[in-house]
Design a protein around this ligand. Sequence first.
Ligand code: ADP
Length: 398
Amino acid sequence: MKILVVNAGSSSLKYQLIDMTDESVLAKGICERIGATGSISHKVADGRKFEADIPMPTHTEAFQCLVEALTQGELKVIDSMSEISAVGHRIVQGGAIFSQSTLVDDQVIEDIAGLADLAPLHNAAHVLGIKACIAALGKDVPEVVVFDTSFHQTMPPKAYMYPIPYEYYEKYKVRRYGFHGTSHRYVSDRCAALMGKDKKDIKMITCHLGNGCSISAIKDGVCIDTSMGFTPLDGFMMGTRTGSMDPSVLTFIAEKEGMSPKEISDMCNKQSGLLGVSGLSNDARDVNSAAREGNQRAKLAVEMQRYEVAKFVGSYAAAMNGVDAVVFTGGIGENDLRMREYVCGQLGYLGVVIDPERNKSQGKEVELSTTASKVKIWVIPTNEELVIARDTLALISK
Ligand code: ADP
């Protein structure tokens, strides 16, 4: 059985075709610059790939390109789209409506579109992606939606409420939602499996550190707190995002610079974080190497991010009255040994001991903690597409 996983953004459409008999990826790719020039990059399992500039005025044309890439030419992996049993879509914001993945119908599409207020960049694009997919494949192919937020719907009100006048929660649903849920779910399930224990019996902290970063606290098998909030801006310093800070900084700068709410939002989302502090790049590799060469602002940026990660992990250990396992994932979590070394060093008071040799490993599933460590430390590469494909399979098999 083959399942297509689709992640539609405002100007891009990522896809993976997964064969669920062995969960292998048959092909994957990305259509980019939708609405402008348009291009596709398509790769098959043996590593062969092609790239082409193709006009894509809308997501419909992008989806058509994807169909052609999968079914035509030298790098085709299926003869026709009828070989695809179902499609799983990644959806960023499910609000308080969706606490789990679900089959798509007209009401579901309406609900996702209705949540666009809470995720303006994402949900509208997801709806375009779903509609383009239905137009290409017809209504008989089941479509499933998997939400970044649903894993976090188990948080108690004391974790998801903001200390602002209650009326804004009632009027506008302003609260913490949390994101990266499919990643936190995947690595926490995998961590429990690797430890040979029931997830319910492990107090876990999962650190998804990529361009976007979030940390979750998982207790009794469910998420009880997470760092991203009302939007993916909350939490701690990321590639281009601020994370949490004193809100007065923003009103102060807005007044001094005469900036609009939109300009302030852009500053916090696109010009801050590693990029804003270093003035060089949002990419941790670039900032790390500049820091190693002695660039002081790059060094500061790197130190600030590591410090904040350690603080979040410590605060979640307190929130759970202990921690049994910490997991690192995402591009930085999977590869940046100095981030892991620093964070684990700061957790010495919890009895964390890691093996420096094992910490040299990059992009692989590995336990970093030694037998002497009171807390297990794992690196687990995330696989959000696989979670989406598995949820899709589970829902269509019901
Ligand atoms: P996204 O959030 O866009 O999915 P990723 O999870 O792919 O991002 O993570 C991207 C981040 O991971 C970038 O900041 C990149 O620099 C960082 N990264 C990748 N490889 C390394 C490495 N070897 N050392 C440090 N950072 C790395």
